[in-house]
Ligand binder design. Sequence first.
Ligand code: AOF
Ligand code: ZN
Length: 379
Amino acid sequence: MGRALKLAELGLYTTDPNPRVGCVLLRDGCIVGEGYHRRAGEPHAERIAIDAAGELARGATAYVTLEPCCHHGRTPPCTDALLAAGVARVVVAVEDPNPVVDGRGLERLRAAGVAVTTGVLEGAARALNPGFYKRMRQRLPYVRCKLAASLDGRTAMADGESRWISSEQARADVQWLRARSSAVVTGIGTVLTDDPSLNVRLDPALIPALAADEPVRQPLRVVVDSRLRMPAPARMLPLPGATLIATCVEEPRAIAAMTSAGAEVRICPPNADGQVELRALFAYLAEREINEVLIEAGPTLAGAALAAGLIDELILYLAPHLMGDAARGLFRLPALARMEQRIPLAITDVRQVGPDLRISARPGVEPAIAPGSELPPVR
Ligand code: AOF
Ligand code: ZN
């Protein structure tokens, strides 16, 4: 199963919106076939392993990181493929949360006389697909919020100057976070001050699942822009991949200007302050099969997402310098008056990236969970 998980991880940057899945076929102690799901529309992990094994699949044990599917999606059911190949035993890490599968794949195999074991390395298998799990079970994406600050927690000088707080190595690390995400979300404030590209600029040769001529997958870029102030010449608009502007303004001319600049406009319900209701926006993104979201925004949007309980994981790069208390902080939150109002965090990972520290944490979790328990791999 460890080998199957390693294979599944090869699909980290390409399977979206499908889960990352690996499969190993073992017979008489030898691997007779293996494979991983590379891309939605292409064969599932089991199919690839079975084809690799040929006749040797008969009587073999299949180790699969996700319950084999039993439905006709873009591809036929893996349960049928396993049965037709004569696989004798199936060992699964975790059930498929997709409501069209959800235990029925395992039932089907058992009913056909196949020995089935589940729950092997389950935590690691779940951690590989946090967004697929959350979307299927909660109809929301798994949300990471990336922030860069000085060691004293400051993100910009008082006038907004913020380039560059974190090191080149930390920014390169963020490229990998973007690459695994289905969408990158920012606020209009960040667009107006920084004009970010929000694209993935990794060398495709670094991603083993990509063939020589294949470009890197670009996450959907989402700009939260309640009053529709997005400038048509914004740097991200003509880039490969799509941009979605989430706004509360229904003004046909402004919308037409955005559309002709290459963006898609989504009218969102406003909250009490007349701003895009983030929970509704994220639910809409989940409907669009967005599994993992990376928020790269300033303190206003990051604070709103945190206060709304939408952030699953904070990724904080801390650079070794001090900016003083006139500089801006990480989250704009309603003033907290008492210690018990603090937002608790559970630190799940700490490491050094170049000269910076990278801290991963889960908000609202108390007490701290044991390090390494169910960490989603960052790369
Ligand atoms: C498996 N093995 O390798 C994967 C599975 O449209 P399709 O045919 O690709 O089906 C996608 C669904 O199949 C996906 O939502 C999930 O439930 C399951 N993914 N299942 O047996 C695999 N990738
Ligand atoms: Zn399948």
